[in-house]
Design a protein around this ligand. Structure first.
Ligand code: SF4
Ligand SMILES: [Zn+2]
Ligand SMILES: [Zn+2]
Length: 471
């Protein structure tokens, strides 16, 4: 296959946000050449402002220029995410149900006189103190949590015999008096332990002790704390809902043949089935097959003729250089970045839009995208009450997923969206006292700052570049 030297067509990935409208105006102004088509991939969950803007651009820029605008989609993301028969998701935040943990405030030596470990705990190194590399003893006497810990610390010393080896050799049972000899002690920390045990009146490692779990110490004061475990879902929504439908449209426009209708092998042509992930959980509900969407047949758009490829315009500005990647490229679609060629930053795009009377552009991203910053959540709540109410309702419905122990949330605080602290600068006011609080505070900081970029088919909002779709 020889690749043609020039692109067979130029397409523009059109997100209806600041950068892509700037590109459209640059075409209108003759700065950029006229592409053969613009393609908008619709997740079905954009703010109304984005759809309004899309209509306006089509009417005022694309139609007069004769550039067709294709609106493509791969389903409606918010419906799919809540559909147990579909395996679709968004990058939501997760939290376990709150649980209690006992946190120790003070430790004391094991009170049981028969516990050998309490003696070991009390071993103090005196005469061998002058020897360098005493870290081993520090471990043994202050932080010995179990046998494994002890052996681990010995293994950490390279080229030295381990206690277990010494034990098998018998050296451990009858500590050599020469162990106290400086030269020996210095070269073999394992012998130092043997020596310490001898001083403690122990001739071998003590027997396991239940009361202190063989640590030699027990908690003498403690309190309970409420904790939650936090996580984040890693989902490829950008790829599924944006990149895939765009590439399919590109193949179609480049002459890829619409394939023959083939019987869907996932449901054997029935159009319905028990979704395999539900069957795994022992569920038996029959529902529409998510692969063929109930039709019982599948037909895909094939590859374009050999060597034929298109230029795909992606509207990254200079401040988004980190999002550039050719991983969205395929044999028939190669990325080009017109705004980078023109050295335009996002601010320059905004200035240009303002100057041209397009100052009210809304950022393109799903209404309930969990990558929203607090400022974006506030904007949604304060400017689009309907969109906000729908998103709050979605967040509630999104909470529990079958087969998942953790609960899912749209806001980083892992609180219901209408209770989430989107108004206060939480990260700065929060005083983390426990590890859990610190994790929580870090997430709130993220929520405060958020991601300034819109959602691009060619770079997920998480900052990862979208990878090549199943094209
Ligand atoms: S805006 Fe957010 S939820 Fe929507 S496709 Fe992009 S990353 Fe996914
Ligand atoms: Zn004990
Ligand atoms: Zn099917």
């Amino acid at each position: 296959m020889t690749e043609q030297p020039t692109p067979a067509a130029r397409f523009m990935s059109f997100g209806a946000g600041v950068q892509s409208i700037t590109q459209a105006l640059l075409i209108q102004d003759g700065v950029l050449e006229r592409p053969d088509a613009a393609i908008f991939s619709d997740t079905g969950w954009e703010p109304q402002g984005v759809y309004d803007m899309l209509d306006r651009v089509e009417r005022e820029i694309f139609q007069p220029l004769g550039v067709p605008l294709y609106r493509v989609n791969n389903g409606v993301i918010q419906d799919d995410v809540l559909n147990p028969n579909k395996m679709r998701g968004i990058p939501g935040f997760t939290a376990s149900k709150p649980y209690e943990v006992e946190v120790v405030d003070r430790w004391g030596i094991c009170p049981d006189e028969t516990c050998g470990w309490r003696k070991l705990r009390q071993v103090k190194i005196d005469s061998v103190d002058e020897v360098e590399g005493m870290s081993l003893f520090t471990v043994v006497t202050t932080d010995l949590s179990d046998m494994a810990g002890l052996f681990d610390s010995i293994v950490m010393v390279p080229k030295q015999a381990t206690l277990r080896q010494l034990e098998t050799q018998g050296a451990y049972w009858t500590p050599d008096e020469s162990a106290a000899d400086d030269s020996d002690v210095e070269v073999n920390p394992a012998l130092q332990v043997a020596e310490a045990l001898r001083r403690a009146g122990l001739r071998r490692l003590p027997d396991e002790h239940m009361a202190c779990r063989s640590t030699g110490v027990i908690a003498t004061a403690s309190h309970t704390e409420i904790r939650r475990d936090y996580g984040m879902l890693n989902r490829k929504c950008t790829q599924t809902y944006k990149l895939q439908p765009i590439l399919e449209q590109v193949r179609l426009l480049l002459g890829g043949a619409v394939g023959e209708e083939k019987i869907c092998r996932y449901c054997e042509g029935k159009g319905e089935r028990v979704a395999p992930w539900r069957a795994k959980r022992g569920e038996t509900e029959i529902a529409e097959c998510s692969v063929c969407e109930g039709t019982g047949t599948i037909s895909r758009v094939g590859q374009p003729p050999s060597g034929v490829w298109a230029e795909q315009w992606i509207g990254f500005s200079t401040d988004e250089i980190g999002r550039v990647s050719n991983r969205g490229d395929t044999r028939y679609s190669k990325s080009r970045y017109p705004l980078l060629e023109l050295d335009m930053s996002r601010q320059q795009c905004i200035d240009y839009l303002n100057a041209r009377g397009w100052g009210d552009v809304v950022k393109s991203a799903c209404l309930g995208c969990p990558f929203k910053s607090n400022a974006e959540w506030r904007r949604l709540r304060d400017t689009d009450p309907e969109g906000w109410a729908a998103t709050v309702a979605f967040d509630k419905a999104y909470r529990n997923a079958p087969g998942m122990n953790h609960q899912r949330f749209l806001h980083a605080s892992c609180l219901p969206l209408d209770e989430a602290p989107i108004d206060v600068k939480q990260a700065r006011e929060w005083k983390p006292s426990t590890v859990t609080d610190q994790v929580y505070a870090a997430r709130l900081k993220l929520a405060d700052e958020g991601d300034p970029d819109g959602c691009s088919p060619y770079a997920c909002r998480s900052g990862q570049a979208a990878t090549e779709a199943a094209a």
